[in-house]
Ligand binder design. Structure first.
Ligand code: XUL
Ligand code: CO
Length: 439
């Protein structure tokens, strides 16, 4: 193990009574919960871009943290990042990681040179994975930061830029496959528009779908068996991102016949930017059979942008893990911390404090969610609220037996139906939730 964090040892589980800031209070990696060790239920991943590369720059100032890891030029920094990342993962008991191609290796003057550097780092990562047993959760291509992508990548008005993007993504998929990743993410960084005065929206979306079909066919042809994910986000960087939210993405996937190969990577902060709760997005994905993976973070209620804070909200984590359990748990997906310490939290220890906070929050979320399911009161309430669909006219509608004339006859005979309603009991249910969580 490299020694970038020599003053910090292995982070251990000490339980909720511990006041040691460098210990887990809830995340006990090998403790069994619902038949599996916690680490397998949660499948935590380190995000390479934030943790290894995010120095804290914002629109008003440069970075505050050193993320060169002792390297001096782009390639030596990229190599040092591998050592630092694997040390972090080992010390924090994180089993997975996720990257954009340009997070792990530098962008060079030509695509051929960038590919060469990427190959070099992928070989080093493969070696580190072999040594440590760590795995790649998913890979993706950074098709949004270089100026060539100012008008989009897969939705660029320029066919030349589009070809560059296809080639870059093809290479990122190959690298994902080489590292045994079972996920490949499309987040439409600049796939959207600022004004319709200059935009052919229909052509842009048709082209994006063409790109996705090409990539899926190619990936399957080289033996990729994992999932493809789209990560919805409603705005930022463009004013209107095409992949606005889960429902919008599902319509896109179905229109273009991509729904068999794609699932969702749901990010908490993107959900709230779309004016949805995190749980809403997860539920839409689950109900439509496209729940895949999660970018764990949280936004700030008072800010209108993607703040990517480490998640500490227990309610959100609990309701998230409830949805994950109901979806049958993670298969190829996991919980990737698309989160960064605040700009003022600039020391190496802050990386540990941040991950410990996020991981403990989700571990507690998992523990709470298991309790909600075992308690059964909330599920039972919902079941009973819809009991009228289990027998009589409700059951006949669901089975298709009742036709419109039968329903009309039923309604006419029934008269006023006010007395068939029961209270929604929101406050009663919120109190039950508190009771379960804080018992
Ligand atoms: C940006 C974002 C990305 C994706 C991967 O808001 O969430 O980092 O997770 O491209
Ligand atoms: Co994300």
């Amino acid at each position: 193990m490299a020694d970038f964090f020599g003053n910090i040892g292995q982070i251990k589980f000490e339980g909720k009574g511990s006041t040691n800031p460098l210990a887990f209070k809830y995340y006990n990696p090998d403790a069994m919960i619902m038949g599996k060790p916690m680490r397998e239920q949660l499948k935590f991943a380190l995000s390479w871009w934030h943790t290894m590369g995010g120095a804290g720059a914002d629109m008003f100032g440069v970075g505050t943290a050193d993320r060169t890891w002792g390297g001096s030029d782009p390639m030596s920094i990229s190599k040092a990042k591998v050592n630092a990342a694997f040390e972090l993962m080992e010390k924090l008991s994180i089993d997975y990681y996720a990257w954009h191609d340009r997070d792990i290796a530098p962008e060079m003057p030509t695509l051929a040179e960038s590919n060469e550097k990427l190959d070099e780092i992928v070989d080093i990562l493969a070696e580190a994975q072999k040594k440590t047993g760590k795995k790649l959760l998913w890979g993706t291509a950074k098709c949004f930061d270089h100026p060539r992508y100012m008008h989009g990548a897969g939705t660029s008005p320029s066919a030349d830029v589009y070809c560059y993007a296809v080639a870059q993504i093809k290479k990122a998929v190959e690298s994902t496959v080489k590292l045994g990743g079972n996920g490949y993410v499309f987040w439409g960084g600049r796939e959207g528009y600022e004004t319709l005065l200059n935009t052919n929206m229909a052509l842009e979306l048709d082209n994006m779908a063409r790109l996705m079909h090409m990539i899926v066919d190619y990936a399957r042809s080289i033996g990729y068996k994992g999932d493809f994910y789209i990560e919805p986000k409603p705005k930022e960087p463009t004013k209107h991102q095409y992949d606005f939210d889960t429902a919008t993405v599902i319509a896109f996937l179905r229109k273009y016949g991509l729904d068999k190969d794609f699932k969702m990577n749901i990010e908490a902060n993107h959900a709230t930017l779309a004016q949805h709760t995190f749980q809403h997005e997860l539920r839409v994905a689950r109900d439509n059979g496209v729940f895949g993976s999660i970018d764990a973070n949280q936004g700030d209620m008072l800010l209108g942008w993607d703040t990517d804070q480490f998640p500490t909200n227990i309610y959100d984590a609990t309701l998230c893990m409830y949805e994950v359990i109901k979806a049958g748990g993670f298969t190829n997906g996991g919980l990737n911390f698309d989160s960064k310490p605040r700009r003022g939290s600039f020391t190496p220890e802050d990386i540990f404090y941040s991950y410990i906070a996020g991981m403990d929050t989700f571990a507690l979320g998992l523990i709470n969610a298991e309790k909600i399911v075992a308690d059964g009161r909330l599920d039972k309430f919902v079941e009973e609220r819809y009991a009228s669909w289990n027998t009589g006219i409700g059951a006949d509608i669901i089975s298709g037996k009742a036709k419109i004339e039968d329903i009309e006859k039923y309604a006419l005979a029934k008269g006023e139906v006010m007395d068939s309603l029961t209270s929604g009991r929101q406050e009663y249910l919120e109190a039950i939730l508190n009771n379960i969580m804080f018992a």
